[in-house]
Design a protein around this ligand. Sequence first.
Ligand code: PMP
Length: 365
Amino acid sequence: MPLLHRRAWLLLAGAATLSPPTPVMSDSPPHPPIRLALNENPFGPSPLAVAAIEADLAGLARYTGGEVDELTAAIAARENVAADQIVLGENLNVLGLHLAAQGGPGGTFVYSEPGYTALVDAVAPAGGTVVGVPLNDRLENDLPAIAAAVGERTRAVYLVNPHNPSGTVSDTALFIEAVRGLSARALVIVDEAYLEFMPDYQARTVAPLVRDGGNVAVFRTFSKIYGLASLAIGYTLAPKPLAAALKQMGIGAFFGLNRLSLVAASASLRDRDYVDAVRTKVAAEREAWHALLRQHKRRFSASQANFVFFDCGRPHPDAAAALAARGIIIGRVQPHFDTWLRISIGLPHENAIARQAVAELLPPP
Ligand code: PMP
């Protein structure tokens, strides 16, 4: 440190000891809100995606064009699925609405409860009804119970793997076999939004069933491991007739998509290293949560995704409010799990603050 700087620093330090202590605002959190509610990727998008957006900004005056074909081709190559089986967009809701409307009102939709509800929430306006099947005691999709719930009127089964809010993943062979069996009786939609948080995701995906002409659809999103949540871009791999029906309604067409999402998604697919790096960082943080929960002898699900789910031993609204008072925002309460919290993985320093706050909330081990 140069002499002058050191002197200035000493003067400042001296002044600090003379001035009155700064009052501490005990009721305002000491940091900006820590958002751990929506399972986003706090590490952000791939640098390639950011660069692609920057390079495309000047194109905003033009309608979306070839970007749709480029992304479709990239997905087709990656998934080894024909382009006419790919429907771009965050289209779970419209898929639910379409399936419920098609064939007249009264179809039922089977899903695991608690679960992610975008698709099943959308069926009611078209006369669909929902059958919720409880998770099994490991908080996984209860595949035999789901099979038992499928009947004459079942129009689709919606499975999330890894599941949300538990983050549990089903055994690969059992899951693929169950989906194959169910698909002989109804359309099976498998939401793989979080699958890439598992290093062996390629062995676990049911995309090959779609490719082989099964009555199976796979949903993926760029909102999670790819870190593009605010761009609202994802896609469905679907049986050809379903893909064609959705496209006929304009779903996945250029006019409903914005070009920045498309170029960012295409660039993201080129950056496999980034996804691997995010997966590793998320896994380390998730393990630190699980270590804390083991230490406090709490029940928690074997989450493989970018969130943890555990029984905090007190009502969710109280725990959520106590955390919110410390500037930490967590996931909403889940049906039948009144004392369980879902907390997304944030940046390491955010997780450290959240773990400390949760540790203070938990009953003594
Ligand atoms: N599927 C599941 C299971 C999810 O949890 C999410 C995000 N919460 C999505 C899909 C994608 O949702 P969004 O359209 O909000 O990005």
